[in-house]
Design a protein around this ligand. Structure first.
Ligand code: SF4
Ligand code: SF4
Length: 412
């Protein structure tokens, strides 16, 4: 395979080298090195495509070092689709198979076994709870959703909820809270074991064939659940990373491929759960159930931390804040740099542990300065990263998913 062909050269030409993205990039801020910046990485990609450099270890390092946080996309005046460029490049690198054997073996187990099979992932999570309790909740949180959770009160709509792989294994309580809040907002919530992993971790890591296989499974599973008129249900995600991936699913398939249109249709009906709940009549139904309580007051003040794949990839910023503003007796404080990456980024926190800790330290400083007693997020990777950081720093701060807070506020 010719290494020059692994780059989406046309997309790379959108970059006009202005450098506006540099200071938003966590790896540039950590190192001060141009090749570790978005502009530098695009320059490397172009140089490879033009045959000026090789796809050597230095090139692979800079591509692996990117967190795929997509902060650069939020500020780019040229509309460079950096996430798509990077995923394309990583898929090409994976196909070149220049990684050491032990890395290829670890990737085969992670992407080919654990993230393809609920039972295998479940076993691995149980082992991790025993051997790495600092990184995992001590309690087994796993509990799959019932296939039907009826709407409470007036039924306004029906939705399909994505349980997710990591979310259902580690944050089963978040899934239960999400379904409860949706039901209280008048939604009939459907779930199906056929919809397991969305494949976002595969796509971010260059495992494009695994990502496509999981995308096809997700499309088929979601098309099978329809409303009274026979239209597939809206798909609701409570994980920023999964939602962002599902909203861009068609990029995995060539336009001539029949799966491309089906993927685009699934993307069009995918919503972050905050987007659905901030709409009418769901917002009003939820607001009507809100009750002040001592439990809620103890969590105040709260700070919202924007998950990268919610703010930068999905452009969702207003809706979570609008929902948090409904909480009675709770003050919200702004977190400085709330759109900066916390350093989780899937497996990046494991493969780049010291850099990940350095990024988290900056976020913890902002949390201390905010005076918040509760940190609110809506992505499992960020949730784990914050949990570990708060515990390590000995802070008296709770880390909650937005759904958990809304559930508490609407619990009668
Ligand atoms: S995705 Fe994030 S880490 Fe990667 S180049 Fe852009 S800003 Fe930097
Ligand atoms: S902001 Fe956009 S156009 Fe400017 S250097 Fe960065 S990626 Fe290129």
């Amino acid at each position: 395979m010719d290494a020059r062909t692994i780059i989406d050269y046309a997309k790379s030409l959108d970059c006009v080298h202005c450098g506006l993205c540099l200071n938003t990039c966590p790896t540039y801020r950590l190192t001060g090195r141009e090749p570790s910046s978005p502009r530098g990485r695009i320059h490397l990609m172009r140089s490879l495509a033009e045959g000026e450099i090789q796809a050597d270890a230095d090139f692979a390092h800079e591509m692996d070092f990117c967190l795929l946080c997509r902060h650069c996309e939020s500020v780019c005046p040229s509309g460079v689709k950096f996430g798509a460029l990077m995923e394309h490049t990583r898929a090409g690198l994976a196909a070149l198979e220049k990684r050491p054997l032990h890395v290829r073996l670890a990737r085969a187990i992670g992407f080919g076994v654990l993230l393809r099979d609920r039972g295998a992932l479940s076993l691995a999570a149980a082992l991790a709870r025993v051997f790495a309790p600092a990184r995992m909740p001590l309690r087994a949180e796993r509990a799959y959703q019932p296939t039907l959770t009826p709407a409470e009160g007036e039924r306004t709509s029906a939705v399909l909820m994505l349980e997710g792989c990591v979310m259902s294994e580690i944050f089963g309580g978040v899934n239960r809270a999400t379904a409860a809040v949706l039901a209280r907002a008048g939604c009939e919530v459907r779930a199906t074991p056929q919809l397991f992993c969305c494949g976002s971790l595969h796509a971010h890591s260059g495992e494009s064939s695994g990502a496509r296989a999981l995308a096809r499974e997700a499309i088929e599973a979601s098309e099978a659940l329809c409303d009274e008129r026979g239209a597939p249900l809206p798909l609701v995600s409570n994980s920023a990373g999964c939602g962002a991936h599902l909203k861009e699913l068609a990029a995995l398939f060539e336009e001539a491929d029949p799966w491309h249109a089906r993927a685009a249709a699934l993307s069009a009906r995918t919503l972050d759960f905050s987007q659905l709940l901030a709409r009418e009549p769901q917002r009003s139904l939820l607001a009507a159930r809100m009750r002040a309580s001592s439990e809620l007051a103890e969590l105040s003040p709260i700070a919202w931390d924007d998950p990268c794949h919610l703010c930068h990839a999905q452009g969702v910023r207003r809706e979570p804040r609008a929902l948090l503003a409904l909480l009675p007796g709770v003050t919200r404080v702004e977190l400085a740099g709330s759109e900066d990456c916390c350093g989780s980024a899937g497996a990046w926190s494991l493969t780049h542990a010291s850099e990940s800790s350095a990024l988290l330290e900056g976020k913890l400083e902002a949390l201390r300065a905010s005076g918040a007693r509760t940190l609110v997020t809506s992505n499992p990777g960020c949730h784990m990263q914050w949990d570990a950081g708060v515990r390590r720093a000995g802070l008296d701060v709770r880390v909650l998913h937005l759904a958990e807070l809304l559930e508490l506020a609407t619990r009668n």
